[in-house]
Design a protein around this ligand. Structure first.
Ligand SMILES: Nc1ncnc2c1ncn2[C@@H]1O[C@H](COP(=O)(O)OP(=O)(O)OP(=O)(O)O)[C@@H](O)[C@H]1O
Length: 238
């Protein structure tokens, strides 16, 4: 039996980030422990997407500490962040529109042992198997989101960053994505999620950080949500 890892899977300290001269992240602090699902909440423009982009290195102008199981990532270029074990599904999903589902699934490079096989992917996402010969452009929004998640699950990374996975999707698909996240969590995956849909986030997350103006202004556990609901709704403007 392996001992639980003593360090957070992801530790972010004093993270600052800029788009050109525009300073958008002002000292973000986040911990995500192994096997946890954590959600970043906040109004539009609070800095949630930029935080994920800074963690992956896509936001290049950044300072602070970003550690993956104790290993500092801030000096590493984006492709090495992926190799270090981060799987990122951006809001725009990033699938190859001109390729079929099956082709999309065979392209991603493997970064670590333990990535899912195509057969395992099809077990988790039966609709993708039905649509395996369809082009990316022909998929529904929900199928595209599932394909985007499936692609990164192939690569063996154990930290999954998801940006608004339920945006624009029908309730039945949102529910399906929730089931997938719970299955991934049960398999030990660590998940950091940006989500505007608080009702959805509530069902999947262990803890929440609330962001405002490029910093974390609040933190709560799932157990604290009922007591904090009213103030949270004011903070989020929902
Ligand atoms: N490419 C960019 N160039 C310049 N400024 C940007 C860029 N992307 C985002 N910003 C700015 O950075 C700040 C944080 O935006 P970010 O997208 O991280 O917020 P968010 O909380 O994810 O909100 P949303 O849900 O609207 O994406 C905002 O002020 C936004 O206008």
């Amino acid at each position: 039996m392996t001992e639980p890892h003593p360090l957070p899977h992801l530790q972010v300290r004093g993270l600052n980030g800029w788009y050109g001269e525009s300073h958008v992240l002002h000292g973000v602090d986040i911990d995500v422990h192994e096997g946890e699902t954590v959600t970043l909440l906040g109004r539009n423009g609070a800095g949630k997407t930029s935080t994920l982009r800074a963690i992956t290195g896509l936001l290049k102008k950044r300072e602070g500490v970003i550690k993956l199981k104790g290993r500092d990532l801030i000096g590493l270029p984006t492709y090495q962040a992926a190799r270090a074990g981060i799987a990122y599904v951006p809001e725009e999903r990033g699938i190859f529109a001109g390729l079929s589902v099956a082709e999309n699934l065979t392209l991603p490079p493997k970064v670590a042992e333990g990535g899912m096989s195509v057969a395992e992917i099809y077990r988790l996402f039966p609709n993708l198997e039905e649509r395996r010969n369809s082009q990316g452009t022909k998929l529904s929004g929900g199928e595209q989101q599932m394909l985007a998640m499936a692609r990164v699950l192939r690569n063996g990374a154990r930290l999954l960053l998801l940006d608004e996975p339920t945006e624009g999707l029908a309730p039945v698909i949102v529910q399906r994505i929730g089931e997938v996240l719970r299955t991934l969590k049960a398999s030990g995956m660590t998940i950091l999620l940006v989500e505007q849909n608080f009702r959805f986030a509530r069902k999947v997350a262990d803890r929440f950080y609330v962001m405002e103006h490029g910093r974390v202004v609040d933190h709560l556990t799932a157990a604290e949500v009922p007591d904090r609901l009213a103030s949270l709704q004011t903070q989020l403007g929902v």
